[in-house]
Design a protein around this ligand. Structure first.
Ligand SMILES: [Zn+2]
Length: 399
């Protein structure tokens, strides 16, 4: 017996298949075809040269060769074609151009992670509403948002009532709570996190904690996390990183992962990622669930650059192209409801596609402490398709 959801999915799938067959029979052109790229889609366990046809804003077919024509054809020969990238830790809704700039980097969905608190969340939401791609925001538990003096250094700023009111007003767009917990941001980090959970738990929303250089030992903080919560900046160096001096992942961190807490990169620019810590953690086999940028306008020219650059940094730590793509597509689709049917090129899914170029050479990968690692390959954004329309194409890509 199928349950209602399975029945609806099967029915929708059958309807799509029929529409696809009709289209072929009628020789109607597709809206768009991406031809001849190396398609890497971890959700389909696919890594092969394929054509992708798009109709009505959705993926219509993924085949070795698709006959027929399209209004727009993207020649992806020699390039990689992946599901549109999903960035679960971004601040793209902090600036007017943020969402559009990220779209050029192949980002077809993002979560603005704690740019604002209850007092001014309407500003972030107004920019989020203008984003061409799907996005959600995490509400900073500090009601005044990100402050140079520390979001919740005054613990009264971690205001449960104000946060609850903001969510009641904007439920749907607010997808969780962000608690920034490093010692210049939160004095009593344990109390701040408890307040964040007081808001999030009854509503079944996730809390994302910004870890690293905290006042409290990490095990105490991680102990407060529930399944579905997210630890970002997982490669933050000591004090209070996820790994001990001997290179062992803390038992409380392993236990958190076992009970369903997610671990995310959150690259950023200050104090969140140092190569020696990355090496230790990766060597211990504790790979991230998601790779994210902690994107800001300033990061475009320093360390982060773009999402494909951040992904490239992990190719040197034993991860394959499939592994890094999974953490920017499939991983995020499991974390946030808004991405549930995205991060895939499955037939019927929204046609969000990133075309990337993998270049060989010598590349400098910089951490948050000015340490440089040399890499031999780097992914570059090339073209982006959102809801079946080509929305971005980097300079130099032929029309
Ligand atoms: Zn951030």
């Amino acid at each position: 017996m199928l349950n209602r959801r399975e029945f609806l999915c099967a029915a929708a799938g059958a309807a799509l298949a029929t529409r696809f067959a009709d289209r072929l029979a009628a020789q109607a052109p597709f809206d768009l075809i991406v031809r001849g790229g190396r398609v890497i889609d971890p959700s389909l366990r696919l890594d092969a040269v394929r054509d992708i046809a798009v109709a009505g804003g959705r993926i219509a077919a993924v085949e070795a060769q698709i006959a027929g024509t399209a209004a727009v054809t993207i020649d992806a020969r020699g390039k990689m074609v992946v599901p549109g990238l999903l960035d679960i830790h971004s601040h793209a809704a902090r600036t007017k151009d943020g969402a559009r700039l990220c779209l050029e980097d192949g980002v077809t969905g993002f979560v603005d992670a704690g740019s604002q608190g209850a007092d001014r969340i309407h500003e972030t939401l107004a920019l989020a509403a203008l984003a061409p791609q799907p996005c959600r925001v995490l509400l900073n538990i500090g009601r005044a948002g990100i402050l140079a003096t520390g979001d919740t250094m005054d613990v009264n700023l971690a205001d449960v009532g104000a946060a609850r009111d903001a969510i009641a007003k904007h439920r749907g767009m607010i997808a969780g709570i962000k608690a920034r917990l490093s010692r210049e941001v939160a004095g009593d980090d344990y109390l701040v996190l408890r307040r964040a959970q007081e808001v999030a738990s009854p509503l079944d929303l996730p809390v994302m904690i910004h870890m690293g250089q905290t006042v409290s030992p990490l095990p105490a903080l991680v102990g407060l996390l529930k399944p579905g919560d997210i630890v970002t900046h997982m490669f933050a160096p000591p004090p209070n990183s996820i790994v001990d001096d001997a290179g062992r992942i803390l038992p409380e961190v392993l236990a958190a992962r076992r009970r369903g807490v997610w671990f995310d990169v959150g690259h950023g620019r200050t104090g969140h990622l140092r190569w020696d810590t990355v090496e230790q953690v990766m060597r211990a086999g504790f790979w991230p669930d998601t790779i994210s940028t902690d994107w800001t306008a300033e990061g475009r020219t320093s360390q982060v650059i773009d999402f494909p650059n951040v992904l490239s940094k992990f190719l040197d730590f034993g991860m394959s192209l499939n592994d890094v793509v999974a953490r920017a597509t499939l991983g995020p689709s499991r974390m946030f409801e808004v991405f549930r049917d995205r991060g895939t090129l499955n037939v019927g899914a929204p046609a969000d596609i990133a075309v990337l170029e993998l270049r060989q050479g010598s590349f400098d990968f910089v951490d948050n402490y000015k340490n440089v690692r040399k890499g031999r390959q780097r992914l570059f954004p090339s073209e982006t398709v959102l809801a079946g329309k080509r929305v971005a194409r980097t300079a130099g890509t032929p029309a």
